[in-house]
Write a new protein. Structure first.
Length: 274
């Protein structure tokens, strides 16, 4: 979680690395590419289109290496949908930190967004989002947690009950690498929340690279069982020294959404998860 600073608009903001700009650019690219599909659900007597962000942060960031101010995920998503002429009909935001949440809500209100919000951990606020997501709409969620433990699988179990929902997910590769030994020794339990049952289905006697691969594949299987497919097209985001930070990938039950993400992610320049 980045340090809170005063934003250029007087509200709390977050100090972030340059990779955050790339992440939000990819989010907006997907929203723009999918705007024609979203348009079919907009207008009178149509299903609507919600955007969901359960880790919304403060909604504004300063890139520490350049000093540039950028919108956070939910604010960037709303503005991009407006710019594309097919705005979301509801913005559902949540965060465990009330200061960050309030800042995002205020920024969205200033931008004219139809926002609803709730404070709490994502495993709990996912049900709030489920209850307020248009049941006959075309909906999109962005899950951008600070670590793997926050990405509790209960979130996916809950959101999978939304009829039409695509989910862009941030998976922390650095967290998986750095803390794997602690999870194996049961001094940490992040993987139990992220991929429940992983200990009983993978070979923990192999090299750590193989364990990491099998943990992710187990998570993919869990996602598939709740009705979504995890894209094989991924975008790897790196730090300023080239260190691998996290992957972005899409979950969807619709092939068209996966095709949109393939275009947005430029997978020809990427690789597989490992």
């Amino acid at each position: 979680m980045g340090e809170l600073i005063e934003g250029d608009d007087g509200l709390p903001a977050e100090d972030v690395g340059p990779w955050a700009k790339e992440k939000h650019d990819l989010l907006c690219r997907y929203i723009d590419i999918s705007k024609s599909a979203r348009a079919k659900y907009l207008g009178p007597r149509k299903g609507g289109a919600a955007f969901i962000d359960l880790f919304c942060g403060p909604g504004r960031c300063r890139v520490r290496t350049t000093g540039e101010w950028i919108d956070g995920g939910a604010v960037a998503a709303w503005n991009k949908s407006v710019d594309g002429g097919n705005p979301f009909t509801k913005i559902i935001v949540a965060d465990a930190d009330p200061v960050r949440l309030d800042a995002t809500v205020e920024r969205l209100l200033r931008a004219g967004a139809p926002v609803v919000s709730v404070c709490g951990p994502a495993a709990e606020t996912a049900f709030f989002a489920l209850q307020r997501t248009p049941p006959y709409g075309l909906n999109f969620a962005f899950l951008d947690p600070y670590n793997l433990e926050a990405l509790d699988f209960k979130i996916f179990e809950t959101l999978s009950r939304v009829k039409r929902l695509d989910v862009l997910v941030h998976l922390s590769k650095m967290d998986l690498q750095r803390n794997l030994a602690n999870n194996l020794s049961a001094t940490m339990f992040a993987l139990d929340a992220f991929a429940p049952g992983w200990r009983s289905v993978i070979n923990i006697e192999q090299a750590q690279g193989g364990i990491r691969t099998e943990v992710i594949e187990h998570w993919r299987d869990l996602v598939r069982k709740v009705g979504m497919n995890a894209s094989r097209d991924v975008r790897l985001l790196k730090g300023t020294r080239g260190q691998h930070l996290y992957w972005l990938l899409l979950l969807s039950s619709h092939d068209l959404a996966l095709k949109f993400w393939k275009t947005a992610a430029n997978p020809e320049k990427q690789g597989s998860l490992f």
